[in-house]
Design a protein around this ligand. Structure first.
Ligand code: BG6
Length: 489
């Protein structure tokens, strides 16, 4: 039980992430009794009293969770420190607050530092935490950081070096919130707890795998960040490649963080690097133009707030990832993600190879390939597409579906993802966080693509209308291999 006690220090406590995700997630953990002994210090630049901060906490939970109760008691575990990230004396005050709370709530000297703020501060804060004594604890110390973890391999490496002066690799919890999603975690369970899949899970039986994460929202108020990022850094380097790694990894010898992460690392190492002069063969970029989504007219990317009217930033990426391993040689993993698409949906479609000889193939009838669809969000579940005999006096085959719906969870599961990840980090389970080796390898994969795209700006932006599934080149990417994107609606 003592494992679960900790002082949680949130840097960026007045920010969007803290209010929308962290406070509601902590509240849920609190209500479930998973935070027995805890205290939270909110740290931010703004001047707030403890009471004002506690009121923020109450408001943000009330907004996220209808019918919530005990909000005042919950908020009483929170206090606030108005902080200057570059000033040692401010850290000393913070240290005193932390030490007092530690004693008052009997927290065993356990400390979790959550950096929910702009990445340029990650390094300096980590260094100060060490130099000013906040990491001299009798219990555990852990650092949770949000993306972006660097902008490319080089900056990620610099950032990592700074962080590692104060925290060891196994004390660093790098959040990829997709790894907290129930159905992303289910990829492993589906693969490794069923006799019928693992035997087929290779290039002899699978023809291709398609991973789509589409969004309806545009860039919203995040233009300043997104202009420096684009869909490749925002979604592909982390969420999309992480899903590919889970789909492609070898069965780990044990379900421990080290074993799982080392199998994932091998997948990243086997990803065929896309050389700069062949990027167009493997990757497609897009930027949304105006259009209509669910009957609402929306503007083009280039006229969004804080966006350059001639922006070369991609809001859509489709790609073909090849994994050169014995298991996967020859099987394309197609990935696709974008903003202002037709629907909000994350899905994985595993397409099996055609049967060797089709007894049912007549001019009026075609056998559809078997598909395993993993629905990540908004609905959660699995569908297996098979063929069966049509009812009646005939010998015709017809497609059928076996479906499982993972129920009991609200439709958009992002808050639950955070809840799970915070819980894991307090328990000390790093399985669903990204190891530095994964971060480094995924950056080196993505860097070549972004370099090529920076060198040759797109001449056809905007190249897809809002409310569609992206530019036609994304369809051609599969068509030239004899495939097509399975509909995800
Ligand atoms: C974030 C990206 O990591 O993931 C956002 O920065 C994106 O741009 C979001 O909207 C998507 O997450 P989810 O959980 O809504 O699929």
């Amino acid at each position: 039980h003592n494992q679960q006690s900790a002082l949680i220090m949130i840097f960026g406590a007045t920010g969007d992430l803290a209010n929308r995700k962290l406070f509601p997630s902590l509240y849920r953990l609190y209500k479930k009794g998973r935070l027995s002994q805890f205290a939270v210090v909110g740290v931010g630049r703004r001047t707030l009293t403890n009471e004002q901060f506690q009121q923020n906490v109450v408001n943000s939970v009330a907004e996220a969770i209808p019918n919530s109760s005990d909000l005042e008691t919950f908020a009483s575990y929170f206090c606030y420190h108005s902080h200057d990230v570059t000033d040692s004396s401010s850290y000393l005050t913070l240290k005193n607050i932390a030490d007092d709370l530690d004693e008052k709530h009997n927290l065993g000297g356990n400390r979790v530092f959550y950096l929910a703020m702009a990445p340029e501060f990650f390094g300096p804060i980590a260094i100060h935490l060490k130099e000013d004594g906040l990491t001299d604890v009798t219990g555990f110390k852990r650092l949770i950081i949000e993306k972006p973890f660097g902008h490319d391999l080089k900056s990620a490496q610099e950032l990592n070096n700074q962080i590692r002066t104060a925290f060891s690799e196994d004390e660093v919890y790098r959040i990829d919130h997709y790894l907290g999603k129930a159905m992303v975690q289910n990829i492993e369970t589906i693969r490794f707890s069923n006799a019928i899949f693992e035997n087929l899970w290779n290039n002899r039986y699978i023809s291709n795998i398609q991973v789509t994460s589409s969004e309806i929202l545009g860039v919203e108020e995040r233009g300043r960040y997104y202009e420096t990022s684009g869909a490749l850094r925002d979604m592909v380097q982390n969420h999309m490649l992480q899903m590919v790694a889970l789909l492609a990894m070898e069965p780990p010898i044990r379900l421990t963080p080290d074993e799982i992460r080392s199998e994932k690392v091998k997948v990243f190492r086997a990803m065929r690097p896309v050389e700069i002069d062949e990027v167009n063969e493997y990757f497609v970029r897009g930027q949304y133009g105006k259009g209509s989504i669910e009957d609402i007219e929306v503007p083009e990317y280039r006229s969004e707030q804080m966006v350059d009217p001639n922006s070369n930033t991609e809001t859509f990426v489709a790609g073909k990832v090849m994994i050169d391993s014995f298991r996967w040689a020859g099987v394309p993993f197609y990935i696709r993600t974008g903003k202002r698409l037709e629907t909000k949906s994350t899905k994985i479609v595993v397409q099996f190879k055609d049967i060797p000889m089709n007894l049912y193939d007549r001019p009026d009838q075609e056998i559809t390939p078997n598909l395993l669809v993993i629905h990540i969000q908004p609905e959660e579940g699995i569908t297996l597409h098979l063929n069966a005999k049509k009812a009646g006096q005939n010998m015709e085959a017809t497609p059928i579906k076996l479906s499982y719906a993972n129920t009991g969870i609200a439709s958009i599961n992002t808050p639950e993802a955070y809840e799970k990840l915070i819980d894991d980090s307090i328990k000390g389970d790093a399985t669903n966080f990204t190891h530095w080796d994964e971060v480094a390898l995924s950056w080196s994969y993505v860097d070549k693509i972004s370099q090529a795209w920076e060198k040759t700006p797109a001449t056809n932006y905007p190249n897809y209308a809002s409310g569609t599934m992206g530019p036609k080149e994304a369809d051609e990417l599969l068509e030239k291999d004899g495939f097509f994107w399975w509909p995800i609606n």
